[in-house]
Ligand binder design. Structure first.
Ligand code: B12
Ligand code: SF4
Length: 528
């Protein structure tokens, strides 16, 4: 970006900082809309550093509100959050329009997905994005705002900062998760956040990172296989401040360690906090820590998301989920015995044929759980990105949302989508529409009395979002920004090269010895 832009911005010590979250993806148009927790944390860090901060969430507001705010308020810094690749084109266009309106405003982008492709983002933006901040945002943003207040600004020393002509020092971790408190007060439409029947719902983080290493996932590469936890005291203090009755726990794998889960639960019980919770975990963790989940059921655990990924042993091996099928089914049985609603995820491979879809459809209809089907999609930052030998059939970022096929399909593409959407429709019918309304009538009435309509609207939205023709049409849209080609396919990957945060080895994982052994026994990685 032109040097003089930085110079002008340096005059203001206390800056006007605008944090922006992009619009909903296809998935969140129906099943959920969640508060932008990561961006709230970044905003909180900027505010603590003495800046005036505003946050706009385009999941809940139209683009024109963003432009109105930019024109009226004239922020010194605009920071976009991009956790999802599919949001890249939208954010690049917003940045370019904002640059045209306010040429002197510093514009940066941060978040999970862009951390793996910072140079690519800068190139697409042709000068409209001044830097990409990779890794955790709390420390990086303070470094950046500090640098912008200096004269001349020294972006080169900012951890995690990437511009077109340099890469700063590697991104740094926050000292302790206990120091973090999201700026939840900055979001304008809290009543719009929900997940399924938890309406309204707030989000909370009890831990960060994942010690496993599944090939299709970038949660572990982003955090360098480190794993940190919040102390139960701090976590409960934060929870007690939340007004929403529903709570989405954002942890990659909830309650990996029994002791942490028990202590948290006991502290919540002592405080007399009563909420309904949604969390994600693994089948083997659920079976290992049964007591924890029993306690959380008593505390209000309502729904659990289990990433089964495959219903055959071969598939599990392919995704390096070293949970056996029988363990996964045992986990489902256990969850049923607790009377917790379970949603499971199955990964559909583009190589699936009609028969395969049918097998999955039949299996899903036999079980009472909600089944979510996502499409096997290689993402930058994952091992699959480097090992997948099939060539991408599209490089449109918008299609990298796990609901579109970006690899060659065995069936003709229209047929593939027909089968996929039919499978999803069959599954959705079990849990949406009149049947769901009948089952949840009491909840819905209570929500309507409070003016909450997200859940009830969700029940009839399926057909307006999922449609084979519409998915096909998405492939025909003109493509403005193309994702960079993956490197030539290899059979094994140097894992160090994938990490955004440095891998600190065993000392970077706040887990006890037995849990570390359990993790090692259930992963198939090669050290690290
Ligand atoms: C919770 C979660 C969800 C939740 C909802 C998330 C939400 N709020 O919308 C659920 C379960 C519903 C979900 C769904 C999906 N998810 Co998800 N999800 C996550 C998960 C596990 C944690 C995200 C989170 O909230 N973390 C906690 C907060 C505090 O961290 P954070 O948001 O990352 O923010 C930090 C940094 O990223 C950074 N940062 C963020 N914004 C900014 C901005 C600036 C300016 C700066 C400087 C820094 C910065 O600083 C923050 C603080 O340290 C991540 C994996 C992971 N560990 O990141 C996957 C992940 C982000 N999801 C992923 C995917 C693919 C999906 C789906 C598309 C999958 C599907 N089944 O269809 C859907 C789409 C959801 C949607 N929004 O429409 C992928 C993203 C892949 C990609 N490259 O695009 C991830 C990485 C998991 C994976 N498989 O690898 N997801
Ligand atoms: S268990 Fe696997 S899929 Fe789940 S967050 Fe960890 S690495 Fe990703």
């Amino acid at each position: 970006m032109p040097q003089e832009i930085n110079q002008i911005k340096t005059c203001a010590k206390q800056m006007k900082f605008l944090a922006v979250h992009p619009s909903c993806l296809m998935y969140s148009k129906i099943y959920l809309r969640l508060e932008p927790l990561g961006l709230e944390l970044v905003a909180a860090a900027a505010r603590r550093a003495g800046h005036t901060v505003r946050l706009i969430d385009l999941q809940c507001e139209p683009h024109q509100n963003f432009f109105g705010l930019v024109k009226r308020w004239q922020p010194d810094v605009i920071a976009f959050s991009v956790n999802y690749l599919a949001n890249v084109p939208e954010v690049i266009d917003l940045a370019r329009s904002a640059r045209a309106l306010l040429p002197e405003t510093f514009i940066c982008v941060g978040g999970h997905s862009v951390s793996f492709i910072p140079e690519e983002i800068l190139r697409h933006a042709v000068g409209a994005v001044d830097c990409v901040l990779t890794g955790e945002g709390e420390t990086a943003i303070i470094g950046l705002l500090d640098a912008l207040s200096g004269n001349p600004p020294k972006l080169k020393n900012v951890s995690g900062c990437v511009t077109l002509d340099h890469r700063g020092p590697p991104p740094a971790f926050v000292k302790s998760l206990d120091d973090l408190l999201p700026a939840r007060d900055l979001v304008q439409h809290r009543q719009k956040y929900f997940i399924g029947a938890l309406d309204p719902a707030a989000s909370i983080e009890f831990s960060r990172g994942c010690p496993w290493d599944c090939v299709f996932c970038s949660a572990w590469t982003f955090y360098g296989r480190n794993y940190r936890v919040k102390t139960p005291e701090c976590a409960v203090e934060e929870l007690a401040q939340l007004r929403e009755p529903g709570i989405f726990i954002v942890d990659d794998v909830a309650f990996i360690q029994a002791e942490h889960g028990m202590q948290l639960g006991d502290a919540i019980a002592r405080r007399g906090i009563r909420k309904r919770y949604y969390l994600e975990t693994r089948g083997d963790v659920l079976l290992r820590n049964k007591k924890v989940f029993q306690l959380w059921k008593r505390l209000g655990l309502n729904t659990m998301f289990l990433g089964l990924e495959a219903i055959d042993e071969d598939g599990l091996k392919r995704y390096r989920k070293r949970v056996t099928l029988s363990k996964n089914f045992e986990a489902l049985e256990f969850a049923r015995s607790l009377d917790i609603s379970v949603a499971v995820n199955i990964i559909a491979d583009p190589a699936w044929d009609r028969e395969r879809f049918k097998v999955v459809r039949d299996w899903c209809l036999e079980i009472p759980e909600v089944v979510n089907i996502s499409i096997n999609t290689p993402y930058p930052g994952t091992e699959t990105w480097h090992t997948e030998s099939r060539r991408l059939t599209t490089r449109d970022y918008r299609l990298f949302d796990i609901q579109h096929a970006v690899l060659p399909t065995k069936l003709p593409l229209p047929e593939f989508y027909k089968e996929l959407v039919e499978t999803q429709r069959v599954l959705a019918r079990k849990h949406l529409g009149w049947a769901a309304l009948r089952d949840c009538a009491r909840i819905v009435v209570r929500q309507l009395l409070r003016g909450q309509t997200n859940f009830i609207r969700m029940l009839w939205k399926f057909d307006s979002v999922y449609h084979p023709e519409r998915q096909l049409a998405d492939h025909r849209q003109p493509v403005k920004y193309e994702i960079g080609l993956p490197p030539p396919s290899v059979t094994s990957v140097r894992r160090g090269a994938l990490y955004i945060h440095e891998n600190r080895g065993r000392s970077g994982r706040q887990i006890d010895h037995h849990t570390e052994e359990f993790v090692n026994a259930t992963r198939m990685g090669m050290g690290g």
